[in-house]
Design a protein around this ligand. Structure first.
Ligand SMILES: Nc1ncnc2c1ncn2[C@@H]1O[C@H](COP(=O)(O)OP(=O)(O)OP(=O)(O)O)[C@@H](O)[C@H]1O
Ligand SMILES: [Mg+2]
Length: 243
């Protein structure tokens, strides 16, 4: 066990949002959360990252209680924006500067990662000069340089067209293998979930509960027809959205 979310509940502005959510992320795993819009997925990420306290429940990382404490996890928030007035190297160096690294060293370090993130030669470009996919990779690099082995990614590819999205998905999977990171990933896209995930948690409508957990690795090993799984997930999501 790497990350464990235990019985988290949260009410926001009198709206009951998270209802007793428990989940786990093992080392090197890719776990995807799918659920109806507004059910509380981003709220759960804010709690896991320690930006928000739960009303009940705990967040455990490597057997330590991290509930309500930030700084342990790399987190890319939904619509995570690059600063328009800074070039890519300066944008992605931010987490290193926050940790007290001198500016020149932070820049050098950031630059050394550009090729792996498909941004070689673009360090001095400004966000407006990059494509949507490149901007997302820069935001992912900034998240990566928060240097945690655990990444929370909240719908990182939602704004991309289908083709760039697919190449980004393959690229992320490859990156994960190279760096051995553990990833918790939110999406609305069932195909994306089925392509990326080792396991999937399907959330109910608000208040979010875990409706279903699917061990895709096991399902694949057992030769399960993935298109049947897709239909099953779709049926549950439709049921949840019709309430
Ligand atoms: N900081 C906040 N204060 C008060 N209410 C909030 C706050 N953040 C979110 N909410 C409310 O909490 C509920 C869950 O929102 P959240 O953003 O977690 O949903 P989500 O599942 O991420 O949705 P989406 O799929 O559309 O991104 C919504 O009703 C939202 O209005
Ligand atoms: Mg959200």
């Amino acid at each position: 066990m790497h990350l464990m979310v235990k019985e988290i509940s949260k009410t926001l502005d009198r709206i009951f949002t998270l209802d007793n959510i428990s989940l786990r992320l093992d080392k090197g795993e890719f776990v995807v959360i799918i659920g109806p819009s507004g059910c509380g997925k981003s709220t759960l990420f804010n709690i896991i990252a320690g930006l928000m306290e739960p009303d009940q429940g705990t967040v455990w990382i490597d057997e330590q209680n991290w509930t309500g404490k930030a700084g342990r996890i790399s987190y890319m928030q939904q619509k995570d924006l690059l600063l328009p007035s800074r070039n890519i190297v300066d944008n992605v160096s931010i987490p290193l500067l926050l940790k007290g690294m001198p500016k020149a060293e932070a820049r050098r370090r950031a630059e050394s990662y550009l090729p792996d993130f498909g941004l070689a030669g673009f360090g001095h470009y400004y966000p407006r000069q990059l494509s949507g996919g490149m901007r997302q990779r820069a935001a992912l690099l900034r998240t990566h340089l928060q240097t945690s082995d655990i990444l929370l990614l909240d719908e990182p590819f939602a704004a991309l067209d289908a083709i760039s999205r697919h190449s980004m998905q393959l690229w992320l999977k490859d990156l994960q293998h190279r760096y051995g990171s553990s990833i918790l990933f939110i999406t609305h896209d069932i195909e994306e979930a089925l392509l990326l995930a080792d396991r999937i948690y399907l959330f109910s409508a608000r208040p979010a509960r875990v409706r279903l957990e699917i061990d895709l690795l096991k399902e694949r090993e057992n030769g399960k027809d993935i298109s049947l799984l897709k239909q099953h997930i779709l049926a549950i999501l439709e049921e949840e959205t019709n309430i």
